[in-house]
Design a protein around this ligand. Sequence first.
Ligand code: UDP
Length: 483
Amino acid sequence: MDGDVGHFVLVPFPAQGHIIPMVDFGRVLAGRGMQVSLITTPFNLSRLQSTVDRIGKSGLSLDFISLKFPGKEVGLPKDCESVDVLPPSSDFERKTDFIVRFFKGVAMLAEPLEAYIRQNQQKNPNIPTIMITDFFNPWTRKISEKIGFPRFVFYSVCCYTLISDRIFSRGDLSGADDAISDLEVPRLTENMFFPLPEFEYMRSEVMDSDESADGILVNTFYELEPMFIERYRKMTGKKIWPVGPVSLCNKEIEDKAVRGSRSLVDDDKILDFLDSMAPKSVVYFSLGSMTMISVIQLKEIGKGLEAAGHPFIWVIRYDPDDPDDPDEVEEWLREDGLEERTKMRSLIIKGWAPQILILSHPSTGAFFTHCGWNSSLEGISFGVPMITWPCFADQFANGRFITEVAKIGVGIGVTEIIFLQNYTVECETIKKAVERMIDDGEEMRKRALDLSEAAKIAFDVGGSSHTNTSLFLQKSLTRVADS
Ligand code: UDP
């Protein structure tokens, strides 16, 4: 199959945690000489502009195709084209309603996507189409069946969590399921979807979509979780290719700096800060691209980070619809004086942070994370042990994987979904977790560094993920030839 070229149409679900790894994998495929088109929408494209420009300069054959998002048609305000920018609401039912409308809008991309693919096939009849779709886009199935091209599903979730969710969905909460009875693992029964009736329907759609796919690509690497990968293969009966950690395709500082979006804080300022700190001394605190927390909670985090006495980078996102005054955080930061008091050892980033630029710096010593899988795998890839604070969905299982399976992190004891909990994690808990990790985390750090080494070897030429990508390419191009 050497020398064969396919046109890979990548369809991420519109959320940062889904778009970012798909862009990375698009770079991997384009680097292997494939033609890649990544489907997006105008708002998401504008956020990605710095990444698009970088890729444009690199000469890779990776295009971004922007389809109009039918926000108006599903009753969403302008530019609500990504989960993190859905109208904020402290009312859970209202929030759920927005999410359901959003999923509906995403599924309506089917029509323009089909038109784009047909048009492209007319223009380039000799280049076969192959689709790689996010697992959250089960509606893509109909397009591939109608036109007739191979479709592969992409997960940026580890196999441990995928197994856990499958067992949960079967309703066997004993953990003694046949499929795992010989795996000595902690409670493998976590729901990776939201606990809502609407999502139960989504789960069955996702399962059907996986079932009919030509194979499944997973952003993990074999050496990280061999027994879970094997077990997931067995459970699904599908071809499973672990091809990650895809974030490792970002080799240059500039690629790391613009990944996903550009930060309002200058990269040089962040690097100067990290350069001025001792090796492995800085705590990086971020709860990802979607988690909204209350002003009260934010204050506790600030107090905890300050009290721990170690250098820190704190990424702040807060819910502007919080019942408290939305300007309260700004006001508190100014008036409390935390920023001023800690200025020699802290950097506060409001909004987007260049996460892998920070994690890959030798001064970063701990990652306080919400356990989104991309963040978790990035922590692993750069050898940074973690303090885990899962907030919702797959994050609880990912957190368990970090603390109880890989043993490269400590939890802070949160067991409930952040939107549903009515308690606040106190500053003392945050302080103690930081102290435990920075002062006593040597063993965990060593394990994290070993895994980081294994991740790099897996992703490099000749490593397991690199080989799996070759096998996937072979399979997808052969499947085209066969059809
Ligand atoms: N990210 C980033 N800067 C931020 C927040 C997030 O670069 O300020 C990236 C992060 O590196 C990861 C992705 O956004 O690749 C978030 O995905 P994850 O699965 O960790 O969590 P989610 O945001 O989907 O909850």
